[in-house]
Design a protein around this ligand. Structure first.
Ligand SMILES: [Fe+2]
Ligand SMILES: [Fe+2]
Length: 270
């Protein structure tokens, strides 16, 4: 199915519920396939090749962490903004289920904000884990915020994240979010493996050193985030099939920026 062809789909087209779901699932698959086969994924693998081959020097670590921070800093609030928008939009048409639909997005925020064991206590947020790790590695805020280390492609990813999650086209935001979750899944496995491989050089007790929590936690939660990203995308396609081209656009905006960011890092670290 071509995403363009979903335009005008719906109950009015005389399709049964199951049939609609299948068409929307195919629309989702089309976006997901574009993400998985985007050249950004090979740039990411290339980056993996570099960090598996040797430990990063201190200025290289500064470059890596300062650049990804310029991007990651905007992720949690972006997800919350998108969840609020989905709630607002959905309750206009389906009052009692708006929050339930938005929960698929908000679920990722629960992890970002350290709330997944809220009945017991609050856990460190992903941002706090990032800080714990970079502090352990000896990187100061001055280095992390030093424009000399922040590649412009990382800043562009942060700016895109801020803008796209709040895009006036909800489909774009959902596509962008899906791409973010799908790339995270692989990205953090690579980061974790690279740092575990040179545990001694990075001053880690062993491969399971808790200071690697920032990487390890993402490896645990991302499959669930992808599953919820899929659910909300299919739900929205069922309701508004015309968002399919927007979703593709949003996913590609993420992937293009992600490719540029890793290509820039790879050039500097090669
Ligand atoms: Fe995170
Ligand atoms: Fe995630």
């Amino acid at each position: 199915m071509n995403v363009e062809s979903t335009k005008g789909l719906g109950l009015s087209a005389g399709l049964g519920r199951d049939e609609i779901y299948r068409v929307c699932e195919a629309g989702y698959n089309e976006v997901a396939n574009k993400i998985v086969h985007h050249p950004a994924m090979s740039e990411l693998e290339k980056f993996g090749g570099i960090i598996f081959s040797r430990p990063l020097s201190r200025p290289e670590m500064a470059l890596f962490f300062a650049t990804i921070w310029a991007f990651f800093k905007d992720v949690p609030a972006g997800i919350v903004a998108l969840a609020a928008r989905v709630t607002d939009e959905w309750i206009k048409e389906d009052m009692w289920n708006g929050t339930a639909k938005a929960a698929h997005i908000l679920y990722a925020s629960v992890d970002e904000y350290g709330l997944h064991q809220h009945s017991k206590h609050m856990l460190p947020t992903h941002h706090q884990m990032f800080k714990q790790l970079t502090t352990h590695l000896g990187l100061s805020d001055t280095e992390l915020f030093n424009p000399q280390y922040i590649l412009p492609e990382g800043t562009a990813m942060g700016n895109n994240t801020h803008r796209m999650y709040r895009s006036e086209y909800l489909g774009e935001a959902l596509g962008f979010h899906l791409a973010s979750e799908m790339t995270s899944s692989r990205e953090f496995q690579i980061f974790l493996k690279g740092f575990q491989k040179y545990a001694e050089e990075y001053g880690l007790v062993d491969e399971d050193d808790p200071v690697l929590a920032f990487f390890a936690i993402h490896c645990e939660v991302e499959p669930m985030h992808v599953a919820t990203g899929r659910e909300i995308m299919i739900s929205y396609l069922e309701k508004h099939p015309n968002i399919a081209p927007q979703a593709m656009r949003g996913a590609l905006a993420f992937m293009d920026g992600f490719e540029q960011m890793f290509a820039a890092l790879n050039r500097r670290l090669a």
